[in-house]
Design a protein around this ligand. Structure first.
Ligand code: FEO
Ligand code: CA
Ligand code: CA
Length: 718
C-alpha cells in the first residue's frame, strides 16, 4: 500500500506459493529412503490426504519417482523477458495469456448482489462479495473425490487476502460532495462497508475444457471472512488482561481480521492470513488523556504500546474510529492488542471459526512462510514490515506427523512453540555484505524479558513482541516484507527488504532497549545487512540455517540482489545481477515455485522518473538463485502493486494478484487540483482523466486476480 493516501507511514506491501510436496521434501531431503515413498504418495492423483500415504506404506523401493513435471536445467527461465511498461494493462511473455478473474465486488456465491459500477453497494452486500486490494493467496487443490484437500490441478479452493480499501474508488460519491474528499460525509455504514472488504475470500474454482477458469458460485465452500467475522484468540496471549474488552471480558474472541497482507499455508490444509498495518484503523483522539474508566492502572503500558506500534490520534485516515467506538483506542484501549496476529483458517470447513495464533507474536506480519524441518518441527518465518523493524521465526513445540498430514495433532502445531528474532552480524570481514546471524529466543525470563523490564509472563512478551525484540538487541532491517524458503535447498531462506528512507539519512538513533521508541522513528546508520543509506530501491537478503536445519539457532547470510540503477556507481550502486533489462525497485512479494525459481513482485514507486526512470509500472520478475539471473515476467497496469502468487500443482496455471490499479499515489497522470495537489478520483464517469480503467474499459478500476497460462498449455515459466 505504498502509494495510498491513507497510508500516512508511506509503508508499502506483499504475497506467495508451492505445493505440499515441496515443504515435505525439505523435511525429508536428508532421508532418501523415505523420499520416494512420500513424494509418490503426495504427488499421486488419488486421495493423498485420506489414507494415500498409509496405503503406500511398505512399497518404499518399489514406487516410481514423483509425477512433478521435469524441467531441463537450461529451461529454468525459459521465456522471453517482458519489456518495462507504463500502460494500463497486464503484460506477460510471448506465448502466454493473462485473464482477469474474481475482481473486487464479484458476488461470492449465487445469492449475493451484483457489483455496482458506481460503487453504491451496501456494507451488507460487500460482506457477500469479493473484497478489495487482493494480496497473498493460495490454491488448495481438491482430492480425487472433490470433498477435501489434495493435489488436483483442475479444481480447488482459491483463497486470497484483501488488505485494505482505496477511498478514491471504493465509495460512491454524491455529485455535490467535495471531489477531494472521497469519504465525506463519513458514516457508520461506510466504515462497515470498508470492514467488509477486508479479510479473506474462499472461492471454489474450476478449470474449463478450454483452459479458462470459472468460479463455482453454487459451491458451499465459497466464503467471506471479513472485519466483523467472529474468531478465536488462542495461545499464550489469549485471555490475558491486555486482551480483554467490554465486549469480550474473557479476552478469547475478537471480531474480524484486518489489513490481510501476505499469506501462508500449512501441510495440513489450512490457510494463514497475516495482519499487517492494522494500527492504521485505530485512532486515539485524545492520545489516551481520556482513557476509558477501568484502564487507569494500565494506562502507561497501553500508551507505550500505542506509540511502539504506531497508533496515532487520527490513524491512517480511514475514520472508522469516528463512527465505530471499537476503533477508538481511548474508548477501547485493549482492542488494538487483538490485532497484529497470524490467523489460521480451514478453507475446507466453511463453518469453522478462524483462529488467531498468538504464539507467533504480534507485529505487522507480512507473510507466514512455513517449513517442516528435518526433525519434524514446524518453522514459520515472518517479517515485521515497518522501517527499522525485525525478522522473526517460530518453531513449534510438537513435531509434524508425516504419515497423517491432516491429523488432529498436526492441526495444533501452531498453538505452542518458541518465537525467535534475528540478529545479523558482520561476520569475519566487514564490508563484504555477508555475515553470520543468531536467532534470539523471545522467552519470558530469558534475555532480560523479566518483570523489571515490563514483561510479567509469556503473554506479555507476545503482546509486546516489538518491545521484547528491542530488549534482546535484534537487528533493525529495511522493512522486512515476504519471506520465501528454497524448496531445493533445505535451510536456505530469502527475505525482501523493500526500502527504507530513514536509514543513514540524519543523526543516527536506534530502537531503544526499553521499548519506548515510536514506530518507525529511529534513524539507524547503515550496517552490513542493510548497507545503503536512504535505501529507495530495496534489496533481497538470504540466509542458510546452520546445517540446513530450520530450527538452528545460527545462520550465514549474504545479499541476493541490491535493486537500483546500474548507472549509479556510488555506495548506492546495485549489485551486478541488475541490468538495464531487469530494472525494478521495492521488492515485496516473494515466492519459490517447486522448481526452485524465485518469483519477485514489486510494490514500489511507479513514476518511471528520477531514481525510478526505466522501471515503469510495478511488476513481477523471476530469479535463478544459482546464477542470480533475474528476468521480468509480468508488468501490471497503472497505479497497481503486483502481489500474491500461487500455482496449481501441475504448474500449468499461475494466479497473480493485481492490487489497487488506479491508486493515486505518485502516478504522473493522477489528476491534480489548481494548486497542484493530487486528487485522483478514478471514477471515469465523473473524471475523464481517471488514469486506470483496468480490468474493464470505461469502468472504475478494480483489484483482481490474473490467471496466467501458456498458450500451449505448458508449465508456466519454463
Ligand atoms: Fe502489505 Fe508490507 O505489505
Ligand atoms: Ca507487501
Ligand atoms: Ca561481512
Amino acid at each position: 500500500m505504498a502509494q495510498s493516501i491513507l497510508d500516512d507511514d508511506g509503508v508499502s506491501n506483499p504475497s506467495h506459493n508451492r505445493a505440499l510436496t515441496d515443504v515435505v521434501e525439505q523435511a525429508i531431503a536428508a532421508r532418501p529412503s523415505r523420499r520416494r515413498l512420500l513424494l509418490t504418495g503426495l504427488g499421486a492423483a488419488a486421495l493423498p490426504f485420506l489414507g494415500g500415504l498409509a496405503a503406500c506404506g511398505g512399497s518404499d523401493d518399489a514406487v516410481a519417482e514423483p509425477a512433478a513435471p521435469a524441467v531441463p536445467p537450461e529451461q529454468t527461465l525459459g521465456f522471453s523477458a517482458v519489456a518495462v511498461a507504463s500502460g494500463d494493462s497486464v503484460a506477460v511473455p510471448a506465448g502466454y495469456v493473462a485473464t482477469a478473474f474474481l475482481p473486487w465486488g464479484e458476488p461470492i456465491n449465487g445469492f449475493a448482489a451484483a457489483w455496482k459500477a458506481d460503487a453504491s453497494n451496501t456494507a451488507a452486500e460487500q460482506e457477500e462479495q469479493v473484497g478489495d486490494n487482493h494480496d497473498g493467496m493460495w490454491f488448495f487443490g481438491f482430492n480425487a473425490t472433490g470433498i477435501g484437500y489434495g493435489e488436483r490441478s483442475d479444481e480447488g479452493l482459491l483463497v486470497m487476502n484483501h488488505e485494505y480499501i482505496n477511498a478514491e474508488y471504493f465509495y460512491a460519491i454524491a455529485a455535490d460532495t467535495d471531489p477531494a474528499d472521497w469519504m465525506a460525509p463519513f458514516t457508520f455504514e461506510k466504515a462497515r462497508k470498508a470492514q467488509a472488504a477486508h479479510g479473506v475470500s474462499v472461492c471454489h474454482v474450476r478449470r474449463a475444457a478450454d483452459g479458462s477458469w470459472q468460479h463455482v458460485k453454487t459451491s458451499p465452500y465459497n466464503r467471506r471472512i471479513h472485519g466483523n467475522t467472529p474468531m478465536s484468540l488462542q495461545g499464550p496471549a489469549a485471555g490475558h488482561a491486555l486482551m480483554r474488552t467490554a465486549a469480550d471480558p474473557a479476552g478469547t474472541e475478537v471480531l474480524g481480521t484486518l489489513n490481510n497482507c501476505g499469506s501462508g499455508w500449512t501441510p495440513w490444509g489450512t490457510y494463514l492470513t497475516c495482519e499487517e498495518n492494522w494500527n492504521g484503523y485505530f485512532g486515539a483522539p485524545t492520545s489516551g488523556a481520556t482513557i476509558a474508566p477501568g484502564f487507569e492502572d494500565q494506562k502507561a503500558e497501553i500508551l507505550a504500546g500505542q506509540s511502539r506500534y504506531g497508533i496515532t490520534t487520527a490513524g491512517f485516515g480511514y475514520r472508522w474510529h469516528t463512527v465505530d467506538p471499537r476503533f477508538d483506542a481511548d474508548v477501547n484501549p485493549n482492542e488494538p492488542h487483538r490485532f497484529g496476529w497470524i490467523v489460521e483458517i480451514d478453507p475446507f470447513a466453511p463453518g469453522s471459526k478462524p483462529v488467531k495464533r498468538t504464539a507467533m507474536g504480534r507485529f505487522k506480519h507480512e507473510n507466514a512462510e512455513l517449513v517442516v524441518a528435518a526433525n519434524g518441527k514446524v518453522v514459520v518465518y515472518s517479517g515485521d514490515d515497518e522501517r527499522n523493524e525485525y525478522l522473526y521465526k517460530f518453531v513449534s513445540s510438537g513435531t509434524f506427523d508425516r504419515a497423517n498430514p491432516t491429523s488432529a495433532a498436526n492441526r495444533r502445531l501452531l498453538e505452542q512453540g518458541t518465537l525467535y528474532v534475528a540478529r545479523f552480524d558482520a561476520g569475519t570481514t566487514v564490508g563484504d555484505r555477508m555475515g553470520t546471524g543468531v536467532w534470539v529466543p523471545l522467552v519470558f525470563g530469558d534475555n532480560g524479558l523479566t518483570p523489571v523490564n515490563g514483561f510479567n509472563n509469556q503473554a506479555e512478551v507476545l503482546i509486546k513482541t516489538r518491545q521484547a525484540a528491542d530488549r534482546v538487541g535484534a537487528t533493525m532491517m529495511d522493512r522486512p516484507e515476504w519471506v520465501a524458503a528454497n524448496p531445493k535447498k533445505p535451510g536456505e531462506v530469502y527475505v525482501t527488504l523493500t526500502n527504507n528512507n530513514r536509514r543513514g539519512t540524519s543523526t543516527a538513533s536506534s530502537n531503544k532497549a526499553d521499548g519506548t521508541t515510536s514506530a518507525g522513528s529511529a534513524r539507524p546508520p547503515v550496517d552490513e545487512a542493510n548497507p545503503r543509506a536512504n535505501n529507495v530501491w530495496g534489496h533481497i537478503l538470504r540466509w542458510n540455517e546452520a546445517g540446513g536445519d530450520g530450527t538452528a539457532l545460527t545462520f550465514a547470510w549474504d545479499i541476493f540482489v541490491l535493486a537500483g540503477q546500474p548507472t549509479v556507481t556510488s555506495a548506492r550502486a546495485p549489485s551486478a545481477n541488475v541490468t538495464p533489462d531487469n530494472l525494478f525497485n521495492s521488492p515485496d512479494g516473494l515466492s519459490f515455485d517447486s522448481f526452485g525459481r524465485l518469483w519477485i513482485q514489486t510494490d514500489g514507486n511507479y513514476s518511471n522518473a528520477g531514481d525510478y526512470a526505466g522501471m515503469g509500472n510495478n511488476q513481477m520478475l523471476v530469479g535463478d538463485v544459482a546464477t542470480k539471473v533475474i528476468r521480468r515476467f509480468l508488468v501490471g497496469p497503472s497505479g497497481c502493486e503486483v502481489t500474491g502468487i500461487t500455482w496449481t500443482p501441475d504448474r500449468k496455471t499461475m494466479f497473480v494478484n493485481i492490487q489497487h490499479p488506479g491508486e493515486v499515489g505518485n502516478h504522473p497522470r493522477a489528476p491534480k487540483n489548481a494548486a497542484g495537489a493530487t486528487l485522483g478520483d478514478n471514477d471515469i464517469a465523473r473524471n475523464a482523466t481517471a488514469f486506470s480503467q483496468w480490468p474493464t474499459a470505461g469502468a472504475r478500476p478494480r483489484s483482481a486476480t490474473v490467471v496466467v497460462r501458456r498458450g500451449d498449455g505448458g508449465v508456466v515459466g519454463t
